[in-house]
Structures are given as structure tokens and as C-alpha cells.
Design a protein around this ligand. Structure first.
Ligand SMILES: Cc1cc2nc3c(=O)[nH]c(=O)nc-3n(C[C@H](O)[C@H](O)[C@H](O)COP(=O)(O)OP(=O)(O)OC[C@H]3O[C@@H](n4cnc5c(N)ncnc54)[C@H](O)[C@@H]3O)c2cc1C
Length: 399
């Protein structure tokens, strides 16, 4: 995005990436259906950024989800709004978008250099970047540099976070990367995970009470894994849960396994006797509770806990699940942490290194899935490029 803004202003752009091709994580984001932005009202949209809301606001207001959709349409990619309000390209995938976009950037004159890993620099009047390549180290000199090196999740796609030491050595303040939009290890038996890993748990309502007593509740879908639990609903809570686990060593979430039924409805339905039905069949017939949800009850409660209908209903409405740790950052959809906003000016230039700008997930903001991640990357990419242009304009006025 930054390259496009700069080329449109007739600035020469060299684009380097350590990987053999660009946009590997972008392509991965398109695998299960590329959720590129969200259609909700802009104030709500901005409120989703748990870290960095205030800092990001002007950049997102300048390049809103609607403007992003117009930009995509101009590129030849039409989008649609899904039932959840999420916005997707009609083809759902990232590959056609990336193909068209790279074609446009190349024809505009952006020069691409792959397998060029930025490893350091020397900064004088100009900025000399050092790249490690298969032919050894090379140095290139620039008037401005825009870093968009990503966070630290899925490092095999290129964003390894190895660059942090170079910036920290230059006095840039940085918050350590942590897993975000991630799964969690939970106390579930091997029997349960062997049988139900990969199965969705839906619909459920998840509640979490933080250490200040605030209760957060949301309905959605979860998925059991070999180690615990993940899925869209979990991702939305991940920053709260990660912080809590860091502080207390574990976190307990509460699941309502039948959110569409009230306690009274359930008790009435269980008024009918079990007769010759097995417990699982009885719960399925009377409440619509599937075998996996019943198995989850047995994971958590003893026969005595479930001995009365009142206790059984309460258990189904409020099933505790203990989470022990977040899954490693290499498995997370995104990372929180990164360059602190205090280190940057309003044009996303590093205050202590004039001429060097930053954008994307390498900055210290965090958001749930829902198209918020890519939108912030596009907006900050554009804003940082406009910052480069302002800097060049101010020089030409002096000259
Ligand atoms: C499985 C998955 C699904 C996702 N789904 C969605 C989704 O549906 N919607 C959404 O909004 N977001 C989604 N995301 C998140 C989104 O893809 C990222 O937030 C976004 O790609 C970050 O963009 P970026 O440009 O900041 O960094 P990246 O896309 O990580 O790009 C950084 C680039 O910098 C390069 N690089 C790093 N270090 C160096 C170096 N030293 N020298 C040279 N090059 C270097 C890397 O090779 C990489 O190409 C998903 C992520 C994953 C992993």
C-alpha cells in the first residue's frame, strides 16, 4: 500500500522482502476466506482496537473500511458483506487480489527484490540499508525507508520479528510480542481431545470475569484441539485471557452450552422422566444437547454434581473451563506488542531516526479477527507513505 502511494507521487520505490515471494501471510489470511474489513459503523470499528485505538484512529478515519472497499473495486476486486457484517472479496481468496495488485505495482514501476533480508543500516544524511542475500551482503542508499516487517506470528511466512534488536539498539522503545487471536491449552482429558479435537462447539456463550470483576460475554463458535480450545470466539477474548494468565498463572472461562434456552425452559423440559433412555440420549431429546456437549459436562463435573435437575441445568448454563496458557506465538493469527507509539511521530516516522517510517503489525496495536488487522495494516501503510511524501515536500520547499 505504501509503495503504491509513493509511486503515485512519482517517487522511485524499491521493495525488499526476505522471502522468495511477497505477501505470504496475506495469502494465508485468504485461505479460509479473506476477511478484509468490516462494515460496522466507524466508531464501533475503531473501538475494536484494544491497544492503540487512539493512535490508529486518524489513520483509519483517513482510509476507512469504505475507502478500502472502493480501492479494492478500483483494482477489480468486488467485495460483499457477510451475515456477520464482515467484508470479503467476492472470490473469498487473497490470491486473485494479490496477483492483480502486484501486476499494477510492477507496471507502475515499483521494483521488487526478493530473498533480500534487511539486517542493519548506517544512518547519515542518507540511510544505507544492509541486506543479506544469497550473493552475500549488499548495501543500498536511500532518502527514506519505510519498514513494514510484520509481527511475530507464523514466522515461517516471513515475519520473524528478528529486526527488533536493530531498532532497540537505535533507542526505539518496543513492547515484547505476545500471541494474539490464539488458542489456549486447557485442562481436558486425552480421551476427550482424542475424540473431539477438530469438532466445532456451537452455539455457545463464553463469559470471562477479569480481576477487576468486569464480566465480558459473547456468543459464537469454538473448536477443540489436541491441547485445548481455539476458534473465532476464543480469539476475541485472547488479549484479556493472555493478560490474566500472565498475572495469575491460569484463567477460567464459563460456557453456556445452550444459550438459546433459559434455566426455566430447561427445567420444564427435564420435567419429563428419563425412562429407559441413556443420559446422553435423554439430554439430546429433551434439550438438544449433543454428545460432545454432554461429554464436556462429564469432563468437568462428577455424578454427584449433576445429581439433581437443578444442578444439571446450572452446570449446562455455566460450565467452567480452566485455561493454562496461550498457544505459542508461531501458531497465533496475529501478535500484540511491537514498536511503541511514543517512539513515532504523527506521520509514523521514528522520532529518533529521521527518515525511517513504520507501518502494519510491527506497531504495538492489537485487534480481534474480523478484518480489523488488515485494515489497520492498509491504513498505517498509506499513512506512513504520506508521511514520507510530507518529508520530501518539506525538503523541496527548503531547497
Ligand atoms: C492464518 C492467518 C489468517 C489471517 N486471517 C486474517 C483475516 O482474515 N483478516 C485480517 O484482517 N487479518 C488476518 N490475518 C492477519 C494479517 O494477515 C496480518 O495482520 C497482516 O498480514 C500483517 O501485515 P504486515 O504487512 O504488517 O506484515 P506481514 O504480512 O507479516 O508482512 C511482513 C513482511 O516483511 C517481511 N520481512 C520481515 N522481516 C524482514 C527482514 N528483516 N527483511 C526483509 N523482509 C522482512 C516478511 O517476509 C513479510 O513478507 C491472518 C493471519 C494469519 C496468520
Amino acid at each position: 500500500m505504501a509503495a503504491e502511494v509513493l509511486r503515485n507521487a512519482n517517487i522511485c520505490v524499491d521493495l525488499f522482502d526476505s522471502m522468495p515471494s511477497v505477501g505470504r501471510k496475506f495469502l494465508m489470511a485468504g485461505k479460509g476466506g479473506m476477511n478484509i474489513t468490516h462494515s460496522e459503523e466507524i466508531d464501533h470499528f475503531i473501538s475494536r482496537y484494544s491497544t492503540g485505538k487512539q493512535f490508529l484512529e486518524p489513520y483509519i478515519l483517513d482510509f476507512t473500511p469504505n475507502k478500502l472497499r472502493e480501492w479494492l473495486s478500483d483494482l477489480g476486486i468486488e467485495t460483499f458483506v457477510g451475515s456477520s457484517g464482515r467484508v470479503f472479496p467476492i472470490e473469498m481468496k487473497a490470491a486473485p487480489l494479490l496477483r492483480l495488485w502486484l501486476h499494477r505495482l510492477r507496471s507502475m514501476g515499483v521494483k521488487f527484490y526478493m530473498r533480500h533480508k534487511w539486517v542493519g543500516w548506517s544512518i547519515d544524511n542518507k540511510i544505507t540499508l544492509t541486506f543479506s542475500t544469497s550473493n552475500g551482503a549488499i548495501n543500498n542508499e536511500y532518502d527514506a525507508v519505510l519498514l513494514a516487517l510484520g509481527g511475530a506470528s507464523w514466522p515461517k511466512l516471513g515475519s520473524t520479528g528478528e529486526w527488533t534488536s536493530v531498532l532497540i539498539d537505535n533507542g526505539v522503545t518496543f513492547s515484547p510480542f505476545k500471541s494474539s487471536n490464539c488458542g489456549f491449552d486447557a485442562t481436558l482429558s486425552e480421551y476427550f481431545t482424542n475424540k473431539y479435537a477438530g469438532h466445532p462447539l456451537k452455539p455457545v456463550t463464553l463469559s470471562f470475569i477479569n480481576s477487576s470483576g468486569c464480566c465480558f460475554t459473547k456468543q459464537g463458535e469454538l473448536m477443540f484441539t489436541q491441547n485445548g480450545i481455539e476458534g473465532g470466539l476464543m480469539y476475541g477474548f485472547s488479549h484479556l485471557l493472555t493478560d490474566h494468565i500472565e498475572q495469575f498463572g491460569f484463567a477460567t472461562i464459563y460456557l453456556d452450552l445452550l444459550p438459546h434456552l433459559s434455566l426455566t425452559d430447561m427445567e420444564t423440559r427435564l420435567g419429563k422422566s428419563q425412562g429407559k433412555l441413556s443420559f446422553t440420549n435423554y439430554l439430546r431429546k429433551q434439550l438438544g444437547l449433543d454428545a460432545m456437549k454432554t461429554a464436556l459436562l462429564w469432563e468437568t463435573f462428577s455424578q454427584t454434581d449433576l445429581s439433581s435437575k437443578k444442578m444439571l441445568c446450572a452446570a449446562i448454563k455455566n460450565l467452567p473451563l480452566k485455561l493454562l496458557s496461550s498457544r505459542p506465538i508461531a501458531e497465533a493469527i496475529s501478535s500484540s506488542g511491537g514498536i511503541n507509539f511514543e517512539a513515532l511521530d504523527e506521520n509514523l516516522m521514528i522520532k529518533s531516526i529521521p527518515g525511517v517510517f513504520c507501518a502494519g503489525e510491527m506497531l504495538n496495536w492489537d485487534a480481534p479477527t474480523g478484518g480489523y488487522l488488515l485494515t489497520a495494516c492498509f491504513s498505517t501503510g498509506r499513512a506512513a507513505a504520506l508521511g514520507v511524501l510530507k518529508r520530501f515536500n518539506s525538503f523541496s520547499q527548503i531547497e
